[in-house]
Design a protein around this ligand. Structure first.
Ligand code: NAD
Length: 483
């Protein structure tokens, strides 16, 4: 521990505005050389990342396990495979994405033609977070490279094993003059934010999102802010209860123990249906409850704290933050399942609370951990008012067979994205944009949207010297207007 503190101090001392300036200058020179704009360079880098993921899969799984005790299955499905797919798609589609898009011109400009040309923005800064530290660092970088930019990535210091692995792997697999990694925390990020970038892509909390946006404003730098919020899950009584319960669990505890920006933050259901839903969740989470659940139907075994299929809380700070949420006055007696904790392993059992006070922290702050409050309402339509009383979430989920309710939900609930009858999966559809709205963020990426997030759509018009009517030139006379 002492050695790592010393290494941290040394790193801090060695990174200052001058160093950041040198890096930015080099990136700018590389970009200005035109190298990163070529199709060949872009594809070579994307292939490098693809190879890196194939060849170093074990190292990536190990780093994710060190940082979060992330189960290998989750590491593969939710991080490694997502990057493989993103690279594959970008390599396959890049020529098409780079092609100028012809558009129609008005008769008044005849003869003419016009097209939209996607041009790279220049040098871009990607600041990443710790919950999917591999995916959320590399995924935006794929978009930035595909669009032809030079990139600097700053991974999260809260997932140090993954951060350091990415820094080392990038040395080996991509062009280090145009794609760089700076490791570090607040100090290093603050220094980087003082520099002039052509785009900043930030993933993390709204608190820091505001700092990023303020820094970007000084240089009129555009930003993408991928933030979080409280994602509601509405459960109607007209559902397949077992499937709904499984998918809620999958979108909460099987997703990094709830440390996912699109994780179910709270459930809304009716007073009449709540007990059925809670019982179904119990059966799947709590082994052999009342002799009813079988080992096969149970997700986390006899003792969820010992389950290898659930990540731990990332660090002591977040562990204590979550305990405080559970221990607040008026909240602790609302726990109906779970509540067990293990500070040594940084684990908290899946915990369900029913009707915690509306003004409690667990109901007002993003939980980002394995606690799931259930809020009961008289009738399911009351969910609209409750959701609208909070900032717009990154994702909203609804479980129902009722078509009218689905339509009303899609029309009336504002959210970054939504998914009916499941959780999380919408963000694996690369034809859908992924991003927030309101306080859950601005801008979006994934698939072609990633390319566009790092491109400028340049309007280009072509004319010849023909058709030079005198009507547009002075002297202006009514006759010229045919009046
Ligand atoms: P964070 O904002 O604390 O940290 C993210 C990054 O910002 C890190 O790289 C960190 O070094 C840097 N940073 C932290 N403090 C800073 C400061 N004062 N000045 C400059 N830089 C600073 O966020 P977090 O705790 O890592 O992430 C949790 C939040 O991120 C949650 O709200 C979650 O919902 C959200 N999130 C969103 C997405 C998404 O894709 N929309 C994905 C994951 C997490």
């Amino acid at each position: 521990a002492a050695i790592s503190v010393m290494a941290e101090e040394k790193r801090k001392a060695s990174f200052d505005a001058d160093k950041a300036g040198v890096i930015v200058k080099e990136l700018r020179q590389e970009y200005n050389s035109g190298k990163t704009k070529t199709y060949e360079w872009r594809v070579a880098q994307l292939e490098g990342i693809s190879r890196m993921v194939d060849e170093r899969e074990k190292d990536i799984i190990e780093a994710l396990n060190t940082d979060l005790s992330k189960p290998e299955f989750e590491a593969f499905v939710a991080e490694i495979n997502m990057i493989k797919s993103a690279c594959k798609l970008a390599i396959k589609e890049l020529k098409q994405w780079m092609m100028p898009e012809k558009v129609k011109t008005p008769l008044t400009t005849f003869p003419s033609s016009a097209e939209i040309v996607s041009e790279p923005l220049g040098i871009v800064l990607v600041i990443s977070t710790w919950n999917y530290p591999f995916l959320l660092s590399i995924d935006p970088v794929i978009g930035a490279i595909a669009a032809g930019n030079a990139v600097l990535l700053k991974p999260s210091e809260i997932a140090p094993a993954t951060s350091s692995l990415i820094a080392n792997l990038f040395q080996e697999y991509v062009d280090n003059t145009s794609i760089k990694v700076v490791e570090g925390a607040v100090e290093e990020t603050s220094v980087l934010l003082e520099q002039k970038w052509d785009k900043i892509f930030y993933t993390g909390s709204g608190r820091v999102g505001r700092i990023v946006m303020a820094a970007a404003a000084k240089h009129l730098t555009p930003v993408v802010l991928e933030l979080g919020g409280k994602c509601p899950v509405v459960v109607d009584s007209d559902v397949n209860l077992q499937v709904a319960a499984r998918r809620i669990i999958a979108g909460k505890w099987s997703c990094n123990s709830g440390q996912t920006c699109t994780a179910a933050d709270y459930v809304i259901t009716t007073i009449d249906f709540a007990s059925k839903l809670v019982m179904q969740l119990f059966l799947l989470i709590s082994y052999n409850i009342a002799g009813l659940s079988s080992e096969l139907d149970n997700f986390f075994g006899k003792d969820p704290l010992e389950s290898k299929d659930m990540s731990r809380v990332v660090n002591l700070y977040h562990f204590r933050r979550l305990i405080k949420l559970m221990e607040e006055d008026g909240v602790s007696d609302k726990i109906v399942l779970g509540g067990q904790t293990d500070e040594v392993q940084l684990k908290i059992a899946p915990t369900i609370l029913v009707d915690a006070p509306k003004d409690s922290a667990v109901m007002t702050e993003e939980i980002f951990g394995p606690l799931l409050p259930i809020v009961t309402v008289e009738k399911i339509e009351d969910c609209f008012e409750l959701i609208k009383s909070k900032p717009k979430p990154l994702a909203a989920y609804l479980f129902t067979n009722n078509e009218k309710l689905k339509k009303a939900f899609v029309k009336d609930v504002s959210a970054g994205g939504m998914l009916i009858n499941d959780t999380i999966l919408h963000l694996t559809v690369d034809a859908l944009p992924f991003g927030g709205v309101g306080e859950s963020g601005m801008g979006y990426y994934h698939g072609k949207f990633s390319f566009e997030a790092f491109s400028h759509k340049k309007a280009v018009m072509y004319r010849s010297f023909d058709g030079d009517s005198s009507i547009r030139y002075p002297p202006y006379t009514l006759k010229k207007l045919n009046l």
